[in-house]
Write a protein that binds this ligand. Structure first.
Ligand SMILES: [Zn+2]
Ligand SMILES: [Zn+2]
Ligand SMILES: [Zn+2]
Length: 102
């Protein structure tokens, strides 16, 4: 397990869950195209930065698994589980795809 990536957010636990999204499956962090940093969710980003979350291209490695710190693109993420540690992702995140991706 590598910690070369850092997840930003409010009230984070060790696996990328935050004040806003903290179910067992809420472990992914997503990168803002402007600040190029990984956030537990867009609400965390908007609270910590002076701009709104900027969506990124689906081909970018913009998704970080908070369980094993594997970085993946949208296609890998949309399998709904981490390809490395096989931890499930929250399928309801689909509701927010327009915020995170172009
Ligand atoms: Zn940003
Ligand atoms: Zn949050
Ligand atoms: Zn993982």
């Amino acid at each position: 397990m590598s910690n070369k990536y850092k997840i930003y957010g409010l009230d984070l636990d060790g696996s990328g869950r935050c004040r806003h999204y903290h179910s067992e499956q809420d472990i992914v962090a997503l990168a803002c195209a402007q600040c190029q940093q990984y956030f537990a969710c867009y609400s965390c980003h908007d609270a910590l930065r002076d701009h709104q979350f900027v969506p990124t291209d689906q081909g970018n490695s913009a998704i970080l698994c908070g369980n094993c710190y594997h970085v993946m693109d949208f296609e890998a993420y949309s399998q709904n589980a981490c390809p490395v540690c096989h931890h499930e992702f929250n399928p309801r995140c689909e509701l927010h795809h327009d915020i995170y991706f172009k």
